[in-house]
Design a protein around this ligand. Sequence first.
Ligand code: SF4
Length: 360
Amino acid sequence: MGEITHRSKTRPVRVGNLTIGGSNELFIQSMTTTKTHDVEATVAQIKRLTEAGCQVVRVACPDERAARAIGEIKKQIDIPLVVDIHFDYRLALIAIEQGADKIRINPGNIGKRERVEEVVKAAKEKGIPIRIGVNAGSLERHILQKYGYPTADGMVESALHHIKILEDLDFHDIIVSLKASDVQLAIEAYRKASQAFDYPLHLGITESGTQFAGSIKSAAGLGTLLSMGIGNTLRVSLSADPVEEIKVARELLKVFGLSSNAATLISCPTCGRIEIDLISIANEVEEYISHIKAPIKVAVLGCAVNGPGEAREADIGIAGARGEGLLFMKGETVRKVPEETMVDELKKEIDKLAEEYFEK
Ligand code: SF4
């Protein structure tokens, strides 16, 4: 992987008990799909998301009922809460007073300067940041007139326009996103933004689609940015249960070595040499390791022909052999295990390795 270019050079910004930017890890974010004023349902969903690995959660705040629910939601959850507001500065003030850890509002859309000042003053007093969310689909009229249609330069110009409003009020706890559903456009906008300012970037490909197509689209766009060293928080947006967003995000971070608390599965595509029911075993092991919080690599291979050697980087693995399995570590066979118990044996070894990791 190339040198980390932008991520570590960003300004550190505190969000609840996390610091985003600087030399800190990249955090996974998601957004609830419940009605925010329904505290019980919202808290239940946030708890499921937290359990899946979500580290920052955002809720929509369309009305006063939602804004007034923030305090109660905050009391019942363990991760920072971001409140998403469009236009209405009064909702921003209520959300801040209620204890939001960050608000997402575009200062250029608030209206009169006194209103912007009021929101900035409240955020400063509570020490919370503001996320500027630029969206290719809703660029300011003057920018659209200048560029004719949404472009990466236009998106960065929009971000700089909102940033300037905050900087003029001596406010610098800023995080910026530049979302687009067009993957190439989003990549270009984030790349240019990473050169234009040093505020942390929240990555996302918006309206990316269903679980299947959206995962691929997000992986292509976000993966490209991650490989450039860009991004401090990330959300995979899917038309699906938000827990699925977390699963995809975690997998993506693992690919780029950006996750230190998740195990990885290596499994072969199978071929005519297959000796075991590899597909169901791979699915079972994948589900099992999703709860393992140590960076262990686990392999499941259909046969032992090239098996263990093919997965030399795996810390532990099994390869099918006629009626049995070979348990191997770092490419070397450790012992033979009966087919009926090989998955259980593998799970025990995974647990042992995880324990050893945490004892270190
Ligand atoms: Fe085929 Fe064996 Fe390789 Fe799997 S490990 S792809 S079954 S040769």
